[in-house]
Design a protein around this ligand. Structure first.
Ligand code: FE2
Length: 266
């Protein structure tokens, strides 16, 4: 649509990402990447050790000092557990320690919020990572996601149970739930209850279209988002990290000091 038609119809052009800032060392600013699928051969992320090492090499090149690897745990599609994931993680960690001894790795997971997740909470069988909260207290963090097509059922109870069990919930890619795009109060409600809200670098790079970009950038600008994550499944996600290193919106968010990934501990 041309500008005159837009003017006449009163519709705003879609917001598009800008990459006209100076390129910053994104990895140094964020310190730790907190959401990725880099454990080889366990989900829809990296298929083998070579791919995993290539992805870690990209993170090292961007200036990151560590990464929390978060394979999918989804009872129907990826029935992973600590037992299925630990050997593949250990093998990767050994190779990374040889090549980049300064780079820290931790194994956690990305839980799909379903009955299986509720069972894992009830039996205290969770993969988590360590961090320090805004008061300087040590916390145990559990990354979880919702489905993309339908709003979650019973999530408030499950999240309450997670918190009662002593964990800090971390919401994966809060911008990727279309049923909440016109209901930002739903994400805000979770943030107000102490859930750490994250957004994906690829959304901020525009890779998922203008709507995901709009929601992700809004979450940065209003201070709701506490982490920007790669959610890396392949090298295309590393390209998104490189792209947003020039994003003025990302620069402003970093300057506000909101990057809680800096508080991850190993
Ligand atoms: Fe993910």
């Amino acid at each position: 649509m041309g500008w005159w038609k837009r003017f006449r119809s009163g519709t705003k052009p879609p917001a598009l990402p800008a990459f006209d800032g100076p390129e910053i060392a994104l990895g140094e600013a964020l310190a730790v990447d907190v959401h990725s699928h880099i454990v080889p051969g366990v989900d829809d992320g990296s298929a083998n050790m070579e791919q995993s090492l290539e992805l870690i090499e990209r993170l090292v090149g961007l200036g990151y000092s560590g990464a929390v690897l978060t394979p999918h745990i989804h009872s129907d599609i990826y029935p992973n557990s600590k037992h299925t994931l630990q050997p593949a993680f250990d093998a990767l960690q050994a190779r990374v320690a040889e090549r980049w001894p300064q780079f820290s790795l931790a194994l956690a997971a990305e839980y799909f919020l379903d009955e299986h997740f509720a069972d894992c909470i009830a039996s205290n069988d969770l993969l988590y990572f360590h961090a320090t909260d805004e008061n300087g207290l040590a916390v145990k963090c559990v990354l979880f996601e919702f489905g993309f097509h339908e709003p979650p059922m019973n999530h408030e109870q499950v999240i309450f149970d997670l918190q009662m069990a002593g964990y800090t919930g971390v919401l994966a890619h809060a911008e990727r739930y279309p049923y909440w795009h016109r209901h930002p109060e739903e994400v805000q409600k979770l943030a107000d209850r102490g859930i750490w809200v994250t957004v994906n670098a690829a959304s901020l790079a525009g890779a998922y279209g203008p709507e995901m970009y709009r929601v992700a950038s809004r979450l940065l600008e209003n201070g709701t988002a506490k982490m920007i994550c790669s959610d890396a499944h392949g090298t295309r996600h590393m390209d998104s990290l490189k792209a947003i290193a020039k994003s003025p919106i990302v620069h402003r968010w970093i300057e506000q000091g909101d990057a809680r990934s800096r508080a991850v501990t190993f």
